[in-house]
Design a protein around this ligand. Structure first.
Ligand SMILES: [Zn+2]
Length: 227
């Protein structure tokens, strides 16, 4: 069987037609039969990571650490999120404390669960949405149609214009762990975070290291008493 690996897709003609870009192992014949297969594991990891970027954007704004999204990229259970900030010069301890607050907000949100709501509307209607945390012009579908994605069913939820793939219920994100937060320019920072199993394994790893360090310290303390 010949394989055509889809690497990206672009909607044209107001979303009524989609062009697929990718690599084919053989020239594609006209009239050939095509079977679509999805890498389910990777897709689910992408869904968790993408929904988590919306959640992170929301948590950063709630904790007053971030003001707006500057860019993002998602991979399987891994995400990069660039954001603008007013608090550029924070003490390391204070920043860690704020990032911890972000993680807790996201964890709480995920724990409560709630279905993802997707709605297609006009540019004019989208502009009226009060808690919209993204720019309406960011939408890539084009034309008059804007896709609105709201995570969870409560009132204070992340709402963004987005054409990406998302979890059906926020509780399937499982967990979000921020593994780094660095300055990448004036008033701009970059967060790397993990979701799902990757996040779980990361927490487990940290726990193990802390335990080992504690045991090491305890042993050296005993040694001191013995001497
Ligand atoms: Zn999105």
């Amino acid at each position: 069987n010949d394989v055509f690996t889809v690497e990206s897709a672009k909607k044209i003609a107001g979303g009524s037609m989609t062009i697929l870009f990718g690599k084919a192992t053989q020239p594609i014949q006209r009239g050939g039969k095509v079977v679509q297969r999805l890498d389910e594991k990777r897709r689910k990891g992408l869904m968790r990571a993408h929904s988590a970027t919306h959640l992170l954007n929301w948590a950063l704004q709630k904790s007053r650490l971030g003001t707006a999204q500057k860019g993002s990229s998602v991979d399987c259970d891994r995400l990069r999120f660039d954001y603008s900030t007013r608090v550029e010069h924070l003490e390391k301890e204070q920043r860690l404390e704020k990032l911890k607050t972000c993680e807790e907000l996201m964890k709480e949100f995920i724990g409560k669960g709630g279905e993802t709501r997707v709605q297609e509307t006009t540019m004019e209607e989208a502009k009226k949405i009060e808690n919209l945390q993204s720019d309406v012009k960011e939408d890539r579908i084009g034309g008059a149609c804007v896709r609105i994605v709201a995570l969870g069913t409560k009132e204070d939820v992340p709402v963004e214009c987005c054409s990406g793939t998302h979890v059906l219920n926020v509780n399937t994100i499982g967990d979000v762990v921020i593994i780094s937060d660095k300055s990448i320019g004036t008033k701009t920072r970059r967060i790397i975070a993990l979701t799902g199993n990757e996040a779980k394994e990361c927490r487990q790893y940290v726990e193990n290291v802390e335990k080992e360090l504690k045991e090491g310290n305890d042993k050296s303390a005993i040694g001191k008493v013995g001497n």
